[in-house]
Design a protein around this ligand. Structure first.
Ligand SMILES: [Zn+2]
Length: 314
């Protein structure tokens, strides 16, 4: 049997992780290098001359006396957890096959559930923002999908209590999936989908959908659009066309059911963001840890009050 390319790749081993990031000083050095890759530079005056205060962990510019800290303006700011806990959290999140719940993180990290929840949600926010930066290219399959809500009752379009999600995947010339994007939308209305497309699709992409009315709105937003209708004799070609998208929607639903059980509606965008980030880096497991540490260092802080709010959709 051929080996599954993504399952057999080399990740970051635990001994290797502990060798490189086992101490607070090693983690601080890693953040310093990511934040100031050519050495410290004052954000106010651009000077590279600085000193470290003895009383507090503060860097002070020697020219304008502006003071800053290593963790200022990073996702690690306002957290009481040591960097070693953050780094171990990032290791566990990136090296697990199907993500890891806040409850498992609590046990592995030896912190309270609330601390684990905050760490996990901040990391998911970083993954979502990082992934959303890259617009989808080439040919893009588009479909509507519905996540969460009660299992019983009406399913699919219009089902009560479910969250509406645009599911999109870009495919290469061999019909293999390249990038996936799952975004919560307020509903499947033309204007909403048009705004989503402008934010997430490269100009000139070729869109393939089942012809849901709102997707037709994309033709006016300078995207090429091809409808594949899900009826009668065309059913077979529809199934072949949307095979990847259907598989991935199934995977995300299983992952949500299996790992997280119930997700609060307002947090769905972050869970989808993590799922896509993981999928889009599926052949680069050994780089995933560094990628998330780097993105976390470059992401603005997210205080708890913002974390609790309903997430901006896209
Ligand atoms: Zn300065």
């Amino acid at each position: 049997m051929p080996k599954n390319q993504s399952q057999f790749q080399k990740g970051l081993s635990l001994p290797e992780f502990l060798r490189n990031y086992g101490t607070e000083e090693q983690c601080k050095q890693a953040v310093f290098k990511l934040k100031w890759k050519d050495g410290f530079i004052c954000s106010e005056c651009g000077s590279t001359s600085y000193c470290e205060l003895k009383a507090r962990p503060v860097y002070q510019c020697n020219r304008c006396h502006f003071q800053t800290t290593l963790l200022a303006k990073t996702i690690f700011e306002y957290s009481k957890l040591p960097l070693t806990t953050w780094f171990l959290g990032i290791y566990l999140v990136t090296q697990s096959k199907n993500s890891i719940s806040a409850l498992s993180l609590k046990r592995h990290l030896g912190v309270s559930y609330n601390a684990a929840w905050r760490l996990k949600h901040k990391l998911m926010q970083v993954m979502k923002e990082e992934d959303d930066k890259q617009p989808l290219e080439h040919a893009v399959q588009l479909d509507d999908c519905y996540v969460g809500g009660k299992q019983k009752g009406k399913r699919g379009r219009g089902a009560k209590g479910k969250t509406s999600v645009v599911a999109a995947v870009s495919i290469d010339e061999n019909q293999h999936p390249v990038h996936m994007r799952l975004s919560v939308v307020s509903g499947f209305k033309k204007q909403e989908i048009k705004k989503w497309a402008v934010a997430h699709l490269k100009q000139g992409v070729h869109i393939i959908s089942d012809g849901l009315a709102c997707f037709k709105g994309l033709e006016t937003a300078s995207f090429k659009h091809e409808c594949t209708v899900k009826m009668g004799q065309e059913l077979e070609s529809y199934e072949a066309t949307f095979q990847w998208l259907d598989t991935m929607i199934g995977n995300v639903k299983n992952s949500i059911r299996g790992t997280f059980h119930a997700i609060r509606r307002e947090h769905v965008p972050r869970y989808l963001g993590e799922f896509c980030f993981r999928f889009n880096h599926r052949f680069k497991l050994d780089e995933l840890f560094n990628k998330l540490v780097s993105s976390a260092t470059k992401s603005p802080p997210m205080p708890y009050r913002l974390l609790k709010l309903a997430e901006a959709r896209w």
